[in-house]
Design a protein around this ligand. Sequence first.
Ligand SMILES: Cc1cc2nc3c(=O)[nH]c(=O)nc-3n(C[C@H](O)[C@H](O)[C@H](O)COP(=O)(O)OP(=O)(O)OC[C@H]3O[C@@H](n4cnc5c(N)ncnc54)[C@H](O)[C@@H]3O)c2cc1C
Length: 437
Amino acid sequence: MPRIHAPFFSENAVDTPYWWEAAKPQASNTDELPAHIEVAIVGGGFTGLNAALVLAKAGKQVCVFDAEAPGWGASSRNGGLLGPGWAFFDTGMAYGPDVARRLVQESFLSLQHVKDVVAREQIDCDLKVVGYFRGAMTPRIYDKLGRDIERLRQAMPCDAYLVSRAEQHQEIGTDLYHGGIVMPGYAGIHPGKYVQGLASAATRAGVRIFSNARVSDLHAKSGGFTFRVREREVAAGQVLLATNGYSAALHPYLKRRIIPVGSGIIATEPLAPAVMDRLMPKRRMLAGSQRVVTYYRPSPDGTRILFGGRVLDMSNREKVAVANAKYIRSLLLKVFPELENTKLSHYWHGQLGFTFDHLAHTARIDGMFFSGGYNGTGVARASWLGHKIAHQMLGSDLGKTVYSDLKFETRPYFHGKPWFLPLAVGFYGMLDKWDQR
Ligand SMILES: Cc1cc2nc3c(=O)[nH]c(=O)nc-3n(C[C@H](O)[C@H](O)[C@H](O)COP(=O)(O)OP(=O)(O)OC[C@H]3O[C@@H](n4cnc5c(N)ncnc54)[C@H](O)[C@@H]3O)c2cc1C
């Protein structure tokens, strides 16, 4: 296992996801590749596997191709915060109140969708409804969170509530925040086990999953599509592109619309139960209100803290990994200064797919289907939209979703390389500091 060295890492620390200790993405079948298939799905994460399940259960012959292994991408690297999200309500208002309301409704449905799939397919993935606390960095932000709840209640029932700074220690052992918001319906999940369970369920339903199967040279041919995998040409009646943050090399349309953004997570060594009880008394999913995002949670067994934040450099060099981990650790220590002497056991990163309107999209691209651009909230949304896009492929009304009604835009200055990210992160960081002045 690759190791990582720095004074703040334990001796056996590794640069692979904590989740892989229990559920490492496994290379799947080594069968010979078929020459013709009914449905090809490119990408074996939450999107691709949720779609594969629906299509196979509807009687389609489905093959999933993953360049690495099922779940290797963001789906086994994320924080496992399973919720409807929050900020997209504001973002959706750009399309008007009706779209914003539909976005919120589908967000809650997406959370329920994951619960349903996990129950139906009997996936053992530590799914627990523990709720979510988002800490306000300033009193002004705390007031705005209160107004957001009121606004949401005008559109639909909403059980979110505010927790004042005076009561904050019942939620989290920090004085960093000026109170915050609780969303009780939020859940935590073990994403590695979830994606592995999805792959097993899809296989049981008849889906053939191919690992080390990078798809290239995709184009339309004789009423269907052809592409290359492992030096062979494969023909498919329908194609779903489910590569999200890893899409750039696959299709020029996506290269100009999906912005690959890095996010990294550190895990601490196990902490004493009394420390966990003090820092995370309700074992909730947690985040701060900053624009430059921080998100964190206890491990599913409640023994350690997993803490995530933005990383700018996604190279796999040890020096870069150590620098990324050091930065994320500095964010952890702002929340929990008492962890100064706690060592880290893991650091890893993965690629998110952002979009210019900060919303997910389902689309038709040269006749192929696409779902992605989850902007860092894909555990629920990728699962939901994977299932929606599959229904669209079946020609069913069940495929209707607000995410198909949004304009999927690019910008003249973007051709796949997010050169503007350091500027954007610097700018948002400045606004965060300005808020706290
Ligand atoms: C560090 C991190 C933390 C996150 N935390 C959260 C969180 O707490 N909550 C939340 O809701 N969301 C979170 N997310 C986002 C969430 O993980 C993603 O939105 C979601 O996993 C996307 O799933 P997907 O199936 O669309 O893509 P992925 O899981 O990224 O899968 C894409 C797959 O496509 C494959 N691929 C790429 N190109 C090709 C090709 N040419 N041929 C074949 N295969 C190819 C890749 O190997 C990969 O396995 C996080 C993401 C990261 C990286």
